[in-house]
Design a binder for this molecule. Structure first.
Ligand SMILES: *Cc1c(COP(=O)(O)O)cnc(C)c1O
Length: 374
């Protein structure tokens, strides 16, 4: 059994994907070929933003977004403590200071109450300027933007949606990657919409920001003279081959894959809800199920469950084994565990199960039987 079965997806889309790759090779337009612009246009239209700027990966997407706002040394960038490292690393590489925020245990997403408390703490200390909140759509469910946006507005912060895991989710029909002032996503192969290598994108409604992002992803070049660099940027473009792979995948994603993962999630939930804490999707929210993550009673029970699954050939993952405040890279910040009780609990009790649109009912039954027999 696969944790995320990329081969099954390829088998379903092989003809179109192969044709797309071949046509890029035949055109020799490997860098910024036509499929890149076509994909950007389709993505922007899909999520409901005016502009999409594709780039090298989801981490660069976050860094480019922060660069386009001029975020740097002396700025505080608030983000969830329970997420992939890029959600804060993207701020750290620019010299900004990440400020970690505890989560709501039921959704695994950033807690609005904890966010406001951290903003007030930074203001009271008076050393950093609160600039941005990076709200992560963890495991496929949009962050609670109904609560986060008003808090950000109250304190004059910009909202950057890290939709690396959230692509395809929505809140009352408004799609992920359209929330806040800017949004990003990742096309890393295992993300809800993945390519066959690295890839990412930034979404904005602001034309001048879109223009700046296009420049920043290409060394800060001038839009009129490619050898006149007007500022320091990055080299972070989406490969044309990856764009060609993403075009048929994007169609399949919205045609049936999104519905399939929701069917898989519903099946898991029906079978597991009496014995485990199953994921909560808030009323009006829709998840794209980057992960299906349950909570066990405690760390020992969680580790036992993972072992029992492994003995039956079933892969599972611990997303995430530690909070960002516990990362070696942030050791010098000397952050105490006290501010992150929910993250700590999640790291000890969480277990992510196989999840993808091609997961069969027989496999779901097998997984749930192992867990329920514990
Ligand atoms: C994967 C991921 C990223 C980074 O994406 P890459 O394409 O791997 O650079 C950023 N944020 C979150 C929440 C992610 O899961």
């Amino acid at each position: 059994m696969q944790f995320r079965d990329l081969k099954a997806q390829y088998a379903a889309l092989k003809d179109e994907i192969d044709a797309g790759i071949s046509s890029v090779i035949e055109s020799s337009a490997f860098i910024m070929g036509k499929p890149v612009a076509e994909l950007e246009e389709k993505l922007a239209e899909r999520v409901g933003r005016k502009f999409c700027v594709a780039c090298g990966n989801g981490t660069d997407a976050l860094t480019l977004a922060l660069m386009s706002w001029g975020v740097g040394a002396g700025d505080a960038v608030f983000t969830s403590d329970f997420t992939f490292f890029a959600s804060s690393g993207s701020a750290s590489v620019l010299g900004a200071t990440p400020v970690f925020v505890d989560i709501d245990l039921n959704t695994f997403n950033i807690s609005a109450t904890a966010l406001e408390a951290q903003i007030q703490k930074v203001i009271a200390e008076g050393k950093l300027t609160p600039k941005v909140v990076i709200a992560v759509d963890l495991f496929g469910q949009p962050a609670n933007f109904d609560e986060i946006i008003p808090i950000a507005e109250k304190y004059g912060l910009k909202v950057l949606e890290d939709g690396a895991q959230g692509f395809g989710g929505n809140i009352r029909g408004k799609l992920a990657c359209s929330f806040g002032d800017m949004s990003t996503t990742s096309f890393f192969p295992a993300k809800p919409l993945g390519c066959y290598g690295d890839g990412g994108a930034i979404f904005t409604d602001d034309e001048s920001i879109a223009e700046r992002l296009r420049s920043l992803r290409a060394q800060g070049k001038s839009p009129v003279d490619k050898y006149d660099n007007r500022e320091i940027g990055m080299n972070s473009r989406l490969d044309t081959i990856q764009a060609a792979i993403l075009l048929p995948k994007l169609k399949a994603f919205f045609d049936y894959e999104l519905e399939s993962v929701n069917r898989v999630a519903a099946s898991y939930t029906a079978k597991l809800k009496d014995k485990f804490v199953v994921p909560t999707v808030l009323p009006g929210f829709y998840s794209s199920w980057a992960q299906y993550t349950i909570l066990l009673e405690n760390e020992t029970k969680r580790n036992e469950a993972q072992k029992a699954l492994k003995e039956q050939g079933i892969p599972s993952m611990i997303y995430y084994p530690r909070g960002l405040h516990q990362q070696e890279a942030y050791r010098s910040m000397a952050l105490s565990d006290d501010a992150f009780p929910k993250t700590l609990e999640a790291t000890k009790r969480c277990l992510s199960l196989p999840m993808h649109p091609y997961l069969e009912e027989a496999d779901i039954e097998k997984i749930c039987k192992v867990l329920c027999d514990l």
